[in-house]
Design a protein. Structure first.
Length: 241
């Protein structure tokens, strides 16, 4: 293909006008969290320049939990609360369960959990998934353990599990996770977030329709008091609904 001088002049003029057009610049938002900045770093090595203070590599579990239940508290180290965990695929939590306290049925959607008791005693229960039965082949299996100091049990990813302190002194556990964003979902809270019709259809006649709101209010959001024998043993009064 050959261009005439006139055609070449026209093309060059068009190119010049195009290059002189407005240049769109994308500015980085100024309000990015430290965790977001760590994700956007060009390399793993560059992340460390975003963590210039050595204290940023220390997480303190000696802090109160926001909106804690009345039976204890749980402090979680994840990539939001502890940005230094970004890219580690690891997380951890420390739970303090008060006398007769229970960490109500819950799941971790993105990780298995290894739980070690470091003080006191805990009774744990877990149902792994559908299809796991007792020896009779029909009864859903519930794996129940009793853990003392420095004893450990696994809770599998997505399994429903709980912990109960049967004694009158505080129990403390440490939980490790294979995710920096392991997440937690309380089973009761999630269940009763659905519509009344769906709840009634799921539970049949076990919950009267007029009592649904009462049941909702009676379910604590995290660690709750509630086992009669322990409450009597420890002289703890049961809360009124």
């Amino acid at each position: 293909m050959r261009f005439s001088p006139a055609a070449a002049t026209t093309i060059l003029a068009f190119a010049a006008s195009a290059s002189a057009g407005p240049v769109v610049r994308f500015e980085k938002p100024a309000d990015l969290s430290l965790t977001q900045k760590l994700f956007l770093a060009d390399s793993a090595a560059d992340r460390f320049s975003l963590l210039p203070d050595d204290s940023q590599f220390v997480f303190n579990f000696n802090q109160p939990q926001q909106n804690a239940g009345k039976g204890g508290e749980l402090i979680a180290a994840n990539r939001k609360t502890f940005p230094a965990l970004v890219s580690t695929n690891s997380g951890m939590a420390v739970g303090r369960v008060g006398p007769c306290g229970m960490n109500t049925l819950h799941v971790h959607p993105r990780s298995a959990e290894l739980q070690v008791v470091v003080q006191g005693r805990l009774i744990t229960e877990m149902t792994p998934e559908n299809g796991v039965f007792e020896a009779d082949g029909t009864t859903r299996r519930v794996i129940r353990t009793e853990l003392g100091p420095f004893e450990m049990t696994p809770f599998y990813q997505g399994s429903i599990h709980s912990q109960f302190n049967p004694d009158c002194d505080e129990a403390v556990f440490v939980a490790s996770f294979a995710s920096e964003d392991f997440g937690t979902g309380q089973v009761a809270d999630s269940t009763f977030a659905f519509s009344d019709d769906l709840i009634a259809a799921t539970f049949g006649q076990s919950i009267a329709g007029e009592d649904i709101d009462k049941v909702r209010k009676a379910i604590p959001k995290s660690i709750a008091l509630g086992v009669d024998e322990c409450l009597k043993k420890c002289n703890i009064k049961k809360r009124a609904i």
